[in-house]
Write a protein that binds this ligand. Structure first.
Ligand code: SAH
Length: 226
């Protein structure tokens, strides 16, 4: 299935907002760490409901904020959630970003990068559109060390790339981005019931659930354009 087919379906049945609720648990910390200055141009790759661009406008006073998504229905929903004239939504693919060289100050992406057809090409595209010193905040919950995420591919028809933390760093460098930091951002908002509730429908043990949310959380890799 194509990104468009898969995620148009998700958008149509409201999963864009569901993802926003869950991803916000860690995305809010990532967004708060971005060195966005007033007036900067920011780009969110695989924007879904567009919460990240709305937040970067509202809390960091970004000048222009663009959300790009391969699903026209996602982009349409996202447009409907804001009337901010300085927020724009585009339909496009990570492999061909519709932006000029050196035209974006900071790029963010949450739970989307690993759907790229060619993640290395997507990184080269990010490096191309970033101005010198611009940053790429790449956040994923699906990655090699997070063993609890491995089965997610079974429920999605789009092929997902499962890199380790080291593979992210390596690929960033290959694309010409310096790695400024890499970190696990814990999800402290997902409620973890006490011992007596386990096993649950989703979790064998409390330890596994704690590991998934409080330890692994979201893998953040930060790249800087030369
Ligand atoms: N960032 C949002 C949405 C995550 S879901 C959130 O945190 O909730 C992943 C999104 O990336 C979907 O909306 C999907 O349509 C988009 N996407 C996946 N692969 C893409 C690609 N190759 N090019 C553009 N968008 C893509």
């Amino acid at each position: 299935m194509s990104v468009r087919e898969e995620f148009d379906e998700w958008a149509a049945d409201g999963r864009d907002r569901g993802m926003e609720d869950r991803h916000w648990h860690t995305a809010k910390y990532v967004l708060a760490r971005m060195p966005v200055e007033e007036g900067d141009t920011v780009l969110d790759l695989g924007t879904g409901s567009g919460y990240a661009v709305r937040a970067l406008r509202d809390t960091q006073r970004a000048g222009r904020a663009y959300g790009l998504d391969g699903s026209p229905e996602m982009a349409r929903n996202a447009r409907g959630y804001t009337d901010d004239p300085r927020v724009g939504f585009l339909v496009g693919d990570f492999d061909h970003l519709p932006f000029a060289d050196d035209s974006v100050d900071h790029v963010f992406t949450m739970e989307a990068f690993y759907y790229a057809n060619d993640p290395r090409e997507a990184l080269r595209e990010v490096a191309r559109v970033l101005r010198p010193g611009g940053t790429f905040y790449c956040a994923v919950n699906y990655y090699e060390e997070n063993v609890h995420s491995h089965e997610w591919q079974d429920n999605i028809d789009v092929e997902m790339t499962r890199w380790s933390a080291a593979e992210y760093r390596e690929a960033f460098r290959e694309a010409g981005l310096s790695v400024a930091e890499q970190d696990n951002v814990p999800d402290r908002d997902t409620e973890i019931p006490d011992e007596s509730a386990f096993p649950t429908d989703d979790w064998e043990s409390r330890e596994a659930m704690v590991e998934r949310y409080r330890e692994f959380g979201t893998l953040l890799t930060v790249g800087v354009a030369p």
